[in-house]
Design a protein around this ligand. Structure first.
Ligand code: PEP
Ligand code: MN
Length: 354
């Protein structure tokens, strides 16, 4: 819409779009309101839209993830978890840490206290674990969620946990501040849409065989449900044709960080724990992730790793987490000393002036 468009003119455009059976996403910026059309845009005549009073322009965005694209959303998006925990451009890195699985109230409290002291902002812990083997520990379910909520409250720290099934979404949303959708569920439309409907922040993990376009296209479903509280998470991939024996559990795709940041204004975090599967690689890969522009990290921590019921090989101890946070903060500060706002790089590039 033109900067001086009236509410009436906006309402007319919305009415026309809806009359064609399409939905709208309204993005009110400081100077301009942008109306995104959700659905089959062939049902609408763009020349007619362009000629309506108050309309500045009508543009067809081809990318399948158009509501998440920088062409549609000019401003960087930050996701606020609490007034003092904000993930996204311009904010210092946010550290999400905790055990792979919630094993008991005592275990989560003990580790939660230590990760908070080490500088973590959000406590993680799985209650519904996605496991390859039916014989492995599957998580404590609702009992685990209760521990998570109580520990979050007792330690005054926001929480995140995975929701594995669409049928558990409402329950998990009652217990956790952030809903995590795991790599194995990145393609699960029903789960994604039900999670989006709760209106809570969603930590959305990339599937380990997913192209970036696919990752963003499935994240787009969250925005299409009216939820813009999305944190994208790179957690390691299996490279195409990657049938060779690898030294690592997955290949952490750090290319994805600047690529995602270029494509979308939503925050991007990195999970080097699952991305490598190896305790000794967490520190170097965390530092690299912050250096290439990640807005945060998700790290598995256990104070007695040999006792961990899942992912014992990739858990670091709380002291190591302290070192990780201290050094990653230093890297963040050193690369953000001279202002180099990412969005202005992009504008220059689109103008062709670089
Ligand atoms: C996790 O974070 O606990 C997890 C299982 O991660 P992913 O879905 O990336 O494997
Ligand atoms: Mn794990």
């Amino acid at each position: 819409m033109k900067p001086d468009a009236t509410r009436q003119q906006l309402a007319e455009v919305v009415r026309l779009v809806k009359s064609r059976g399409l939905k709208v996403d309204i993005s009110a910026g400081q100077f301009q309101t942008v109306i995104g059309i959700i659905g089959d845009e062939k049902k609408i005549d763009f020349d007619q839209l362009r000629s309506m009073p108050g309309v500045y322009d009508a543009i067809r965005i081809q990318a399948p993830y158009r509501l998440m694209s920088r062409s549609y959303l000019a401003q960087n998006i930050s996701v606020k978890i609490r007034s003092d925990v904000v993930i996204g451009e311009g904010n210092p890195p946010v550290y999400i840490a905790g055990p792979c699985s919630i094993e008991s109230y005592e275990q989560l409290y003990r580790i939660g206290k230590k990760v908070k002291e080490a500088g973590a902002h959000i406590l993680r812990g799985g209650a519904y674990k996605p496991r390859t083997s039916v014989h492995s520990f599957q998580g404590l379910g609702v009992e685990g969620l209760r521990h998570l909520k109580r520990v979050g409250k007792d330690l005054d720290i926001p929480t995140v946990t995975e929701v594995r099934s669409e049928f558990d979404v409402k329950t998990v949303a009652r217990y956790s501040d952030i809903l995590q959708i795991g790599a194995r569920n990145m393609y699960n439309q029903d789960l994604i849409e039900e999670a989006a409907r709760q209106g809570k922040p969603i930590l959305f993990k990339r599937g380990f065989s997913a192209q970036i376009d696919e990752f963003l296209s499935f994240a787009e479903r969250i925005v299409a449900k009216g939820n813009k509280k999305i944190i994208l998470c790179e957690r390691g991939i299996i490279p195409l044709g990657g049938s060779f024996k690898s030294q690592t559990r997955f290949t952490l795709d750090l290319n994805a960080v600047p690529v995602l940041r270029r494509e979308t204004p939503f925050p991007v975090v990195v999970d080097p724990s699952h991305g490598t599967g190896r305790r000794d690689l967490i520190l170097p890969m965390s530092r690299s992730a912050i250096a290439c522009g990640a807005h945060g990290l998700m790290i598995e921590v256990h104070d007695r790793p040999h006792e961990a019921l899942s992912d014992a090989n990739q858990a670091i101890d709380p002291a190591k987490l302290g070192e990780l946070i201290r050094t990653c903060d230093l890297i963040y500060k050193s690369i953000n000393e001279s202002p180099s706002p990412f969005s202005s790089d992009l504008i220059n590039e689109k103008d062709g002036s670089q």
